[in-house]
Ligand binder design. Structure first.
Ligand code: ADP
Ligand code: MG
Length: 240
């Protein structure tokens, strides 16, 4: 589903990503961990071309992101993204947030878009909030709506960038539960997170990024209990 070869990213003289290569299979759930500033967000953003790469190759769902001829709008339609901040349109109701892009971009009829939105809201447990405005929801509820909104485009891959970092601790669990059920349904997911419990339970693989490269990647059982790399050991000893 995702193939990355020697990905490079520089911001001016700052060389943030220094040759990242990895493959992510369909239905796989990969968690990305690493210190603040190590390039995790930049890495995700390169995958759906929100950030222009400086070198290397990325193929996502058959789209060559590195190819200037690729239709980036089409690429982004098949890649859902959920950010740390919920990014809902504040002046629109939950329903309006969910039907906008499917009608605009996928050309669904309003009736079809509403039907899908209702299914998705039921899935994230928020059907009763369908007419609420984002400001009337808790952070956890807003983030669940943001996930539903991304799913409304029927993406092949979902990218999550620290989706629970901005939440009060008591609201983290409800968002992780939605992500967990999505993983169990077979969604291909790349999740930047500091939630090591989630990574342990849900990830097929954990990638540790530091100093612009993948320092280590492994199944969570191994990476968390017996990391081989010194940097991984040092990072985990600070957060576990
Ligand atoms: P992480 O998500 O792991 O915390 P980021 O990908 O956000 O790290 O950032 C990696 C590095 O790239 C940081 O040093 C950051 O300051 C730098 N960086 C990120 N975005 C930009 C930008 N738009 N312009 C300049 N530097 C940036
Ligand atoms: Mg980040």
């Amino acid at each position: 589903m995702i193939k990355i070869r020697n990905l490079q990213k520089q911001f001016g003289s700052t060389h943030v990503l220094r040759g990242i290569s990895c493959d992510i299979a369909a239905n796989e759930v990969v968690c990305i961990i690493g210190p603040s500033g190590s390039g995790k967000s930049t890495f995700l953003r390169c995958m759906n071309a929100l950030e222009e790469m400086s070198g290397g190759e990325i193929t996502v769902n058959g789209f060559n992101v590195h190819d200037p001829k690729t239709d980036l709008n089409q690429l982004r339609q098949s890649v859902g993204m959920v950010f740390q901040r919920f990014n809902l349109f504040p002046h629109m109701t939950v329903l309006e947030n969910l039907i906008l892009a499917p009608m605009d971009v996928k050309k669904l009829s309003k009736a079809e878009a509403i039907k899908n939105a209702e299914l998705l809201l039921r899935k994230v447990g928020l059907l009763d909030k369908i007419d609420a405005y984002p400001s009337q929801l808790s952070g956890g509820q807003q983030q669940r709506v943001a996930i539903a909104r991304a799913l409304a485009m029927e993406p092949k891959v979902m990218l999550f960038d620290e989706p629970t970092s901005a939440l009060d601790p008591e609201l983290v669990g409800e968002v992780l539960a939605v992500m967990k059920s999505l993983a169990h349904e077979g969604m291909t997911m790349v999740v930047v997170t500091h939630e090591m419990g989630f990574a342990r339970d849900v990830a097929d693989r954990v990638i540790f990024i530091d100093q612009g490269v993948i320092q280590e990647e492994d199944v969570p059982e191994k990476l968390f209990t017996a990391p081989a790399n010194e940097r991984t050991q040092a990072f985990l000893s600070k957060i576990l």
